[in-house]
Write a protein that binds this ligand. Structure first.
Ligand code: AMP
Ligand code: ZN
Length: 468
């Protein structure tokens, strides 16, 4: 099956065809660095990580750009309130963002351009729009995009052309759909901006939020690129305005596939800073949850469905991951045993791979992919129980899990906490001794392992070794 995505632009599920075969240009709207990102924001970034990892899993070479919005209405407002220079203020939240990205095992983008480093590129686009007659400087000194000069304005969110109010203007970065109007590309300096200003052909001022993404995506991915993502709240006005600016300036299509994630909600309401109903990762660590547990929660609801955040979901994530961890440990032990060439293994591996891949290829249907994974765990555990999986067959199962984990990024296969081979060999000897009813030898091996700092647990699924 081909890779399919639900394209917000056409509202259809479409087969994915990149502009350059084998390569994907991906732009994802990044954080506005005026506070710690909350887990609602991270739902967007984890979804984008799933998308990127899936593309890589399917063999594409992905070039990923994520901007950092370090100048806009909100960063200026809050840095001023705190009395901290904008650069120092935003640096604090940029650092926190990268820390959180690593904690959630989000694969870093290739480039993280900051808006304040790209003002010259933004001015250039605004100038082009003025030259082409798509923008004008108003009496207040700001430059606005004229929506009536761009007949397909509203194509992404389907704004009824009758609701357009050309000639009326909106200077704020964020506004409602019923306030659709000419929007600010360049904002003339006012006192509220403090010392945040750049020189431009229209006088001192600063860029609007939307022009940032048009300028940075074009610089790093070209005038037309493959995929652009963000949360559904970004569709209007942010993405609609990006399309208008970029297509009017460049005279060509901006983006081929738009993918938007639904919100993470708490008691039915969007998690957001303005509502105050948010948790940061730090809040959840204090409640004892780990980065990979939170990743699992964020990953496990299909990206176009609302995700209702709850602590029960975090507990369920813990249980699911424990199950996977136990499975990995058992497979590692079994891989050191003599080859047991269970005939069904090839068939089982194939079915798991097909189920997992098929789910992801179908617009990132994570539920189908994870169901295939757990079917594999259940079925393979049976083979481990009756001793029909060992050596190379167990290793093949581990290899498949590693491959799945290149997308899920929650397991530790072959990472630092591995059980050393000599310890596993002793576990194996002990199992053999027990089978032979040589309990004296089995106990001696257990004590030797304890002296080395390893504890054996006899579980219903067999012996397992853990650090004591
Ligand atoms: P912002 O920093 O507000 O620009 O948001 C960064 C990203 O997080 C954007 O893609 C938003 O659409 C997304 N986002 C914000 N709140 C939520 C939420 N509650 N659930 C899912 N995505 C969100
Ligand atoms: Zn953006």
């Amino acid at each position: 099956m081909a890779l399919m995505f639900q394209n917000s632009l056409t509202r259809q599920k479409e087969a994915f065809t990149p502009i350059v075969p084998g390569k994907v240009g991906l732009y994802t709207c990044g954080p506005t660095v005026y506070n710690f990102a909350h887990i609602g924001n991270f739902r967007a970034y984890v979804f984008e990580d799933l998308l990127k990892r899936t593309l890589c899993f399917c063999g594409y070479d992905v070039h990923h750009v994520m901007n950092l919005t370090d100048v806009d209405d909100k960063t200026i407002r809050d840095s001023k309130a705190e009395g901290t220079p904008l650069r120092d203020f935003t640096q604090r939240y940029k650092d926190a963002f990268f820390e959180d990205v690593d904690t959630l095992m989000i694969d870093r983008a290739d480039v993280y351009p900051a808006a304040t480093d790209h003002v010259a590129e933004m001015i250039e686009i605004v100038q082009t729009l003025c030259d082409k007659g798509n923008a004008y400087q108003a009496n207040d000194g700001s430059v606005y995009f004229s929506i009536e000069t761009f007949p397909s304005y509203g194509q992404l969110v389907r704004i009824d052309q009758e609701n357009l109010r050309p000639g009326t203007r909106v200077k704020l970065d964020e506004y409602e759909k019923d306030a659709v109007a000419d929007f600010a590309l360049w904002k003339a300096y006012d006192e509220g901006d403090g010392d945040v200003a750049w020189d431009s052909p229209w006088g001192k001022g600063r860029p609007g939020w939307h022009i940032e993404c048009s300028a940075m995506s074009m610089k790093y991915l070209g005038e037309t690129f493959d995929i652009h993502c963000g949360g559904v709240d970004n569709m209007f006005p942010h993405h609609e305005d990006e399309i208008a600016q970029s297509e009017a300036a460049n005279g060509c299509k901006f983006v081929n596939y738009w993918l938007h994630n639904a919100h993470l909600v708490v008691e039915g309401k969007k998690m957001s800073k303005s509502l105050g109903n948010f948790y940061t990762l730090r809040d959840l660590f204090e409640r004892g949850f780990s980065g990979r547990e939170i990743r699992w929660v964020l990953l496990n609801t299909h990206y176009r469905q609302l995700l209702n955040f709850s602590f029960d979901a975090c507990e369920n994530a813990r249980a699911a991951l424990q199950r996977l961890d136990d499975f990995v440990v058992r497979l590692k032990e079994a891989a050191l045993l003599a080859d047991a060439g269970e005939a069904r293994m090839a068939e089982r591996l194939e079915a798991a791979e097909a189920g997992f891949r098929g789910g992801l290829e179908d617009d990132l249907n994570i539920s189908v992919a994870v169901a295939a994974l757990f079917d594999f765990v259940r079925d393979t555990n049976k083979g481990l129980d009756d001793g029909s999986i060992g050596g190379a067959t167990a290793q093949k199962a581990l290899d498949l899990l590693s491959c799945f984990d290149s997308v899920l990024a929650v397991l530790s296969i072959g990472k630092g906490d591995d059980v050393p081979a000599d310890v596993l060999a002793m576990v194996e000897d002990r199992q053999a001794a027990r089978k032979a009813r040589d309990f004296a030898r089995a106990d001696a091996l257990r004590d030797e392992l304890a002296a080395l700092g390893w504890v054996i647990e006899d579980t219903a699924q067999g012996a397992r070794v853990k650090r004591g």
